[in-house]
Design a protein around this ligand. Sequence first.
Ligand code: G
Ligand code: G
Ligand code: MN
Ligand code: NA
Length: 250
Amino acid sequence: LHTEMNLRKGIESNEFELYYQPKVNCEDGSIAGFEALIRWNHPKLGIRGPMEFIPIAESTGLIIPIGEWVITQALKQLALWDIGHRKQYTISINISSRHFLHNDFPKYLLSQMDYYKVSPSRLVIEITESVAMMEYETVKERIHYLNELGFSVSIDDFGTGFSAFVYLQHFPIKEIKIDRQFIQEIESDEKSLSITRTIINLAEQLSLRVVSEGVETIEQWEKLKMLGCHELQGFYFSKPLNIKKIEELY
Ligand code: G
Ligand code: G
Ligand code: MN
Ligand code: NA
């Protein structure tokens, strides 16, 4: 599993699949959209999660074809939902920093948008805070460009990196996702609660959408509602599911 050759074989044999986890409105629990999370259906080892192969994909450069596959799958899914009159849902995809900074990233995204005829407002591009540490000017230019085209850029794992505030100051970010390590302790740890409250207030001040990740209990939901969070994601609502199950449920 953990070699470049195996990964290459997996790509060629089309062994990857997107799972989808619902993002719900905090107010009433209705579906707002879905985050696409990649899985590898390995013929011998079964279903494997991204932690097992994304790091190798990143170090070998295979993250580019994998990321392009993710973009295409997500847009194809949105186009299918369009036909089925499910235009209200967004799909969030995770783009690795190496891919986000790659020259061909915007070009590929645009060519696929053009092909599938999906509105850019339906696609949320999640990047992590660490991206901005690398090539500030490139990242800045790229986020501005994506924003002008109508895509939403979201900062994933917010609060775990180092450059978050610079992002918010200079880049047209649409959404921040509070990392689940804060959410999971809002009941038990005063500091986690304070940090969560502060991030939600910050988002409010800057007119950003704020999503809490890793919501596992109704108590956490109630607390986050009180704090004014916009959207929630977590096992309390649903774990990531394959598309067949998602379509049965929603
Ligand atoms: O799905 P799971 O909770 O196991 O995801 C673990 C990590 O893998 C998360 O941090 C998530 O952002 C990342 N991840 C999931 N799907 C993708 C993907 O399609 N591309 C990239 N680059 N990362 C992903
Ligand atoms: O870093 P990112 O937000 O992309 O990671 C998403 C990951 O978080 C996925 O691997 C998903 O399986 C996991 N996840 C989603 N909801 C929950 C939850 O409620 N609890 C825990 N422990 N993990 C979750
Ligand atoms: Mn994510
Ligand atoms: Na996250």
